[in-house]
Write a protein that binds this ligand. Structure first.
Ligand SMILES: NC(=O)C1=CN([C@@H]2O[C@H](COP(=O)(O)OP(=O)(O)OC[C@H]3O[C@@H](n4cnc5c(N)ncnc54)[C@H](OP(=O)(O)O)[C@@H]3O)[C@@H](O)[C@H]2O)C=CC1
Ligand SMILES: O=C(O)C1=N[C@H](C(=O)O)C[C@H](O)C1
Length: 251
């Protein structure tokens, strides 16, 4: 038996789709101890009362900032899977962390290894193609559109295009029905599909003269996110400040 104390973990959004899976994964890990499961209407302070060192948040974009603020105030490290993180929100989290030099927050738009690689590959390909569009596909219970993963992918692509000096992607559309061309995320078109049977899927379509490149990732089961969640829980206690994306934690 190891003489290292397990990391004490609380889960917010614990009765939701991801919170249920994350609670199960934490509970099944020898080096972690599930000390609190909190959902809407529960007493948030029970997380601190239970001595949680790390909180995992899978709630919703409307709730997550208040949860984060509270955890930081309580000196609890946070792993955030909840979507809805704009640049402004990330800046706000950095500001909250400033007076807390030992505290870590990881915000990961997607914990699936394949999705992380899809974003990295897309960022790498971006400089070589004049056209690019992102199509994300999710279950119809999803509250936000576009997905956090699609937003992050579009931001990474936009940054790579800007660095390469690429102009706006060609598009002669003059007349369009509202929404037909998707949303414009920093100059990258993002389309959101919702259908029963889907979990979480994304395609990034690149185009240049005479060729296209499609990079696609599919999560068929929420178990796909769990190795990433557990990695983030183990790493956040060693990484003060804000870490965005699981990629930074991968060896
Ligand atoms: N980063 C990643 O890899 C992934 C991220 N996600 C993101 O995680 C989030 C949750 O997704 P999902 O599990 O499908 O959503 P669910 O709606 O199934 O779960 C969210 C849960 O949080 C609860 N909740 C709402 N407000 C609070 C609060 N203030 N405190 C505690 N609990 C609260 C909800 O309760 P109630 O229903 O009563 O409101 C619900 O039980 C979404 O933002 C989603 O995009 C999802 C999958 C992977
Ligand atoms: O709501 C979901 O299901 C998912 N949300 C995250 C997102 O918005 O990108 C991650 C994954 O796509 C599943």
């Amino acid at each position: 038996m190891s003489d290292v104390e397990p990391i004490r973990v609380g889960v917010l959004g614990a009765r939701g789709r991801m919170g249920t899976e994350a609670s199960r994964a934490v509970d099944g890990a020898d080096d972690l101890e599930l000390v609190a499961m909190v959902d809407e209407g529960d007493w948030l302070h029970s997380v601190a009362d239970a001595g949680a060192q790390v909180v995992v948040d899978f709630t919703n974009p409307g709730a997550v900032m208040e949860n984060l603020r509270w955890c930081i105030d309580q000196d609890i490290h946070v792993v955030v899977g909840t979507s809805g993180f704009t640049t402004e929100r990330l800046d706000q989290v950095r500001a909250w962390l400033e007076p807390k030099p030992d505290l870590g927050v990881v915000v990961a738009p997607n914990f699936a290894i394949g999705a992380v690689l899809m974003m990295e590959f897309a960022a790498r390909a971006a400089r070589y193609f004049e056209s690019v569009e992102v199509v994300e596909m999710h279950h119809p219970q999803k509250l936000d559109a576009p997905s956090g993963t699609a937003l992050r992918t579009a931001q990474l692509i936009a940054a790579a295009r800007a660095e390469a000096g690429l102009a706006k992607a060609p598009d002669a559309t003059e007349e369009e029905m509202l929404g037909a061309r998707g949303s414009d995320v920093e100059g990258v078109r993002v389309h959101s599909l919702r259908a029963s049977g889907l979990v979480a899927h994304q395609e990034v379509l690149f185009g240049a003269a005479g060729e296209t490149l499609t990079i696609r990732h599919d999560s068929f089961d929420r178990k796909s996110f769990m190795p990433g969640v557990l990695l983030a829980v183990r790493e956040v206690v060693k990484r003060p400040g804000l870490t965005v994306g699981l990629g930074a934690l991968l060896a």
